[in-house]
Ligand binder design. Sequence first.
Ligand code: PMP
Length: 370
Amino acid sequence: MMQSVSYTHDTGKQRLHNFSAGPGALPTEVMEEVRDDLPVFDGMGASIMEVSHRSKEFDAIWASAVEKMKGLLGMGADWHVLFLQGGASMQFYQVPLNFLRADASADYLNTGAWSKKAIKEAKRCGTVNVAASSEADLYTYIPDPADWQLDPKASYVHYTSNNTIFGTQFHFEPEATVPLVCDASSDFLSHPIEVDRYGLIYAGAQKNIGPAGVTAVMVREDFLQTKKNDLPTMLDYRVHVEGDMFNTPPVFAVYIVEKVLRWIEKNGGLGAMTARNDAKAAALYAAIDATDFYNGTAKTDSRSKMNVTYRLPSEELEAQFIKEAKAAGLVGLKGHRSVGGIRASIYNAVSPESVDALISFMQEFERTNG
Ligand code: PMP
């Protein structure tokens, strides 16, 4: 039985319950607005992707996206908001290139495959101190801060707030005497953060805030002042801060991000997102814990509210689960290729109704196969 979400275009274009890890679900309302802006944007005679990024129309969208981002995160005038390309993966290199000083190391918390990739790139630029790691236990938990070996003289402390592949998440913000740098790609704007602790925050848009092709980078002025000099132009954050769109930005992606930020604002901001995400995650984990048929892979206190990872009794049953879920209108549930199992990504835009539909499906699947 196909289960449609609120919107049906025609039967072949039904929107399904989308649990994709990324690019992930975006609000249907935003998708409809985008559709309505094509092929002509607001009396402009062309769509937004066909005009100059210096046009007054795009300029207004850009300014609004920056303003809404700062407003949602509670960032003051000392913060710069950039929309860059190259994905979060580019930030793995750009951050240490700019900020890993020659006379100091940088602290990295190794909590998953993306943290490890960030560490690899940082090592190209200087000395890295892996202050904590859960790699030996297959990244099933966030290490206890009491065991971290932080260096008080570090250039910064880098961490990955949510581990998309392993389904773990920091439920606290690290305490450090130096600025934090956070890869927030997979839980960005899903809850408020204490921005004063950070020097830089980055997030690929394609999970919680938009389509692939743009990376939001927020950098604080006093941290930016610790930046190294003589860097390649495109990799120097200062160039983008002062350049006022130094080069052509990914206009269509930024235009959609602005709409998603508007949607978050309209739906009550980050406090409301937290409540909505907490409720969805609690319901799904309760369904997993209610039976031995499903087994969560992350340690309980490290469980992610964005990527819920679990196993069934056998790989055959997992393959059958994914296949039958798809036939029932529940898509994107396959775990990352490196770990297998099931991964339900329940980002901001995934509705409580979609989570309820997944829970019902899980109960029915267990009844017939358990
Ligand atoms: N960091 C995290 C936490 C991620 O989930 C991902 C992508 N899944 C990345 C970094 C890499 O992002 P990108 O593909 O945008 O380079």
